[in-house]
Design a binder for this molecule. Structure first.
Ligand code: GLA
Length: 381
């Protein structure tokens, strides 16, 4: 059984030499995207859900105004003040925290001396937004420690800028919005132009299975930036602010733009099917999304393609790569009663075809970032 919330909070507190009673606590979840990939930075639609893998941060203020970060995943601590450029901080794992501290200081005048103890169950670098969850949790901890009510879209946007500033990855806003606004039992239809969030119920008889292909994401930063520049150029050629405004006929001969425009349409169709209870329509839309990411956007890998096939052959309703691509994870929908079995069979097939070691997770849609009181919350998961 996974460790309880209380014992994870104790771990986080002990990292900063404190006990439960000495600290405040926050948590922020990772996310998986059901459909709507590589659309967020073109004002498009996507359908992520926050998941029950998360980052817990214990915080305690101190008199200096520097920030100390310790993590159960790393042996070294980071200490920084606001004069250090976040992208140069050592140890590098703490850069997103420095990015968040810098954003909150610059844009929200939040400057507080604090020690942060971090315990995460989001696998690092797997495409489940370990970095966004880290940034959102650190941001909420810093804001709470400073007595600020910063939350919601402002917190998500600060976390997105922190990612740009600390890692150079020009991400969209999907991951941070999902981590902030998640709702148990629901995926979130995000309109990345208006930042509108519409919860969409996931039927109880469906399970969401995520499988890591065993190959870490490679080239994510550079290839991602190239794709992003490519669709920005396509929008400029068409004379529209973003591809959200482009018609299918206008992009018929441009594979990158064609992916974005068709993916927006698939996302809205997927949501309509979920709302009408048309589970039979979900699988073909997920497979079409994967094919478009593979053939038009060129962000899949042979291993991800085999993993999608293995999940479908094992009985999944639909499957597709999730997140940026170039390695990382596939997401599948399965009947809830057969989730574990389908994941096991698919992993066996995949292992024998590729010699890679996959890791399956059956995830549940969880609430977004919030403050915690581990002394009264049971949180056993
Ligand atoms: C990464 C980015 C997101 C989004 C996805 C692709 O996860 O952080 O903003 O662009 O890739 O959909």
């Amino acid at each position: 059984m996974p460790p309880s919330l209380r014992s994870r909070a104790q771990t986080a507190a002990s990292l900063i030499d404190a006990s439960l009673d000495d600290c405040g606590f926050v948590r922020a979840p990772g996310r998986v995207n059901l459909i709507g990939e590589h659309t967020d930075y073109q004002d498009g639609f996507c359908l992520p859900m926050a998941i029950d893998l998360d980052v817990i941060v214990a915080w305690r203020t101190h008199p200096d105004d520097d920030v100390v970060v310790a993590s159960s995943a790393h042996t070294d601590r980071a200490t920084f003040d606001r004069s250090v450029p976040p992208s140069t901080l050592e140890p590098a794992w703490a850069r997103p925290a420095a990015g968040m501290a810098a954003e909150l200081a610059d844009d929200h005048d939040i400057r507080v001396g604090v020690a942060l103890g971090v315990d995460s169950t989001v696998p690092i670098g797997a495409g489940l937004s370990s970095s966004a969850a880290f940034e959102v949790a650190v941001g909420l901890a810093l804001a709470t420690a400073a007595g600020s009510a910063l939350t919601g879209d402002a917190l998500a946007l600060a976390a997105q800028r922190a990612e740009h500033r600390s890692t150079g990855m020009p991400c969209g806003v999907m991951d941070q919005m999902a981590s902030v606004h998640g709702q148990a039992g629901h995926a979130l239809l995000l309109d990345c132009r208006t930042l509108g969030v519409a919860p969409v119920r996931i039927p109880d008889d469906l399970a969401v299975v995520v499988v890591h292909c065993g190959i870490p994401r490679t080239l994510v930063g550079t290839e991602y930036a190239e794709r992003r520049a490519g669709v920005e150029a396509a929008a400029a050629r068409l004379g529209v602010p973003t591809l959200r405004d482009a018609q299918p006929e206008a992009v018929a001969n441009d594979p990158l733009a064609r992916h974005v425009v068709s993916e927006n349409r698939r996302t809205l169709m997927f949501v309509a099917a979920l709302r009408r209870g048309r589970v039979d329509e979900l699988g073909p839309l997920m497979l079409a999304s994967h094919a478009s990411l593979r053939d038009d956007y060129e962000v899949s890998t042979p291993a991800l393609d085999v993993l999608v096939d293995s999940l479908m052959e094992a009985g999944a309703i639909g499957a597709r790569l999730t997140g940026a691509g170039f390695g990382g994870c596939v997401v599948a929908l399965t009947p809830a009663s057969r989730a574990e079995q389908i994941a096991d069979v698919a992993c066996d097939h995949y292992r024998s075809r590729t010699n890679q070691v996959p890791t399956p997770f059956v995830v549940a849609a969880a609430d977004g970032a919030r403050r915690l009181d581990p002394t009264i919350e049971s949180g056993d998961r």
